[in-house]
Write a protein that binds this ligand. Structure first.
Ligand code: GDP
Ligand code: CA
Length: 311
């Protein structure tokens, strides 16, 4: 089958790795989030795409879940000495990715071509796709006013209360041909256990991407990022609440209303099953915490088998 995954960063990369272990690479497409992108020191940084690519290349720092393994930070130290703001931790080898990306962008090469080229160079065999080549930026409104996503997430460590979230550029954003095709031709369309509000929603905020998911003939399954009503890591639980959703699997399902046929939830949350089914969703209850490679592969396998059942 052709499998297409919508994914954010760390949570998305875990399921992506599991899928890469069980799918033929040419039949696996991953559409990553670009709305977290940010310019640092004149360089275009694309954190979620890099997390996906580094994970699939097995170059990721496994302890952190992001950045490259065996990294040093000498360039950042040099920038600090020059008086630059260095709250975004960018490693020396990681900088090479950003230099390369920025250089190609300046040459007018499509961001999605650049992302696939980086993936190819690092030995990633799957299709690494971007939802759009246009500018799309998540902005978070806090008591300090509107912050760029990385300012909220990294500089402010997700501490300020979130009042509003906006995806600047979404209404005008055109989908990439590759992402549309991957959605239209998918047999199974998966949504990773990523932050629904700031990792998946910006992908779906591209109007034609959303329409393609709505109209897809694929079996559409999301894996919940919540376990026991909490995130494994990060602010998705608080953000769901801030956006008016319940902080539960029901809230995750509501955020994907009209876009999914089934939801994979953790066995700890088996009590949520009946209500989700009453709302017309198919539900798979299993262990969804992915720590080891085996757990990633097993969840990917079970989710694909479940998609077969859902058809
Ligand atoms: P980011 O872009 O790096 O912030 O990462 P994502 O948006 O892709 O993923 C963040 C979400 O992944 C959080 O809400 C976590 O709860 C969820 N997550 C992380 N690891 C796991 C896991 O092993 N299992 C499940 N079910 N969710 C996870
Ligand atoms: Ca992210």
């Amino acid at each position: 089958p052709r499998v297409t995954l919508l994914a954010g960063g760390v949570g998305g990369a875990k399921l992506a790795e599991g899928l890469a272990a069980v799918c033929a690479p040419e039949r696996l497409s991953i559409i990553g989030n670009v709305a977290d992108d940010h310019e640092f020191h004149g360089l275009w940084v694309s954190p979620d795409i890099d997390t996906l690519t580094y994970s699939l290349a097995n170059l990721i720092d496994r302890q952190q879940g992001w950045g490259l393994a065996d990294e040093s930070h000498r360039v950042l130290k040099g920038l600090e000495r020059l008086g630059c703001d260095t709250w975004m931790s960018l490693g020396d080898q990681d900088m090479a990715t950003h230099i390369f990306r920025t250089q190609l962008r300046h040459q007018g090469i499509r961001p999605s071509t650049i992302a696939q080229s980086i993936a190819d160079s690092l030995g990633v065999k799957v299709n690494m796709l971007l939802p759009t080549d246009d500018r799309l930026q998540t902005l978070v409104k806090t008591e300090q006013g509107w912050l760029a996503f990385q300012e909220y997430f990294v500089r402010e460590r997700c501490q300020p209360e979130v009042r509003e979230i906006r995806f600047e550029g979404a209404d005008e954003a055109r989908p990439t041909f590759e992402a549309l095709e991957a959605i239209e031709q998918a047999d199974v369309l998966l949504i990773a256990p990523s932050n629904p509000v700031v990792s998946i929603a910006p992908i779906l905020a591209v109007p034609e991407i959303r329409r393609a998911v709505e109209n897809s003939r694929a079996t559409r399954i999301a894996v919940s990022p919540l376990i026991g009503g909490h995130t494994v890591k990060g602010p998705a639980d608080r953000m769901l609440t801030a956006m008016g959703y319940r902080c539960s699997n029901a809230g995750v399902a509501d955020s994907y209303a009209g876009l999914i046929d089934g939801l994979v939830i953790d066995e700890q949350d088996r009590a949520d099953r009946a209500a989700l089914e009453a709302d017309g969703l198919q539900v798979l209850t299993t262990a969804t915490l992915m720590t080891s490679a085996e757990e990633k592969t097993r969840l990917a396998q079970e989710t694909l088998a479940f998609a077969g059942v859902c058809r």
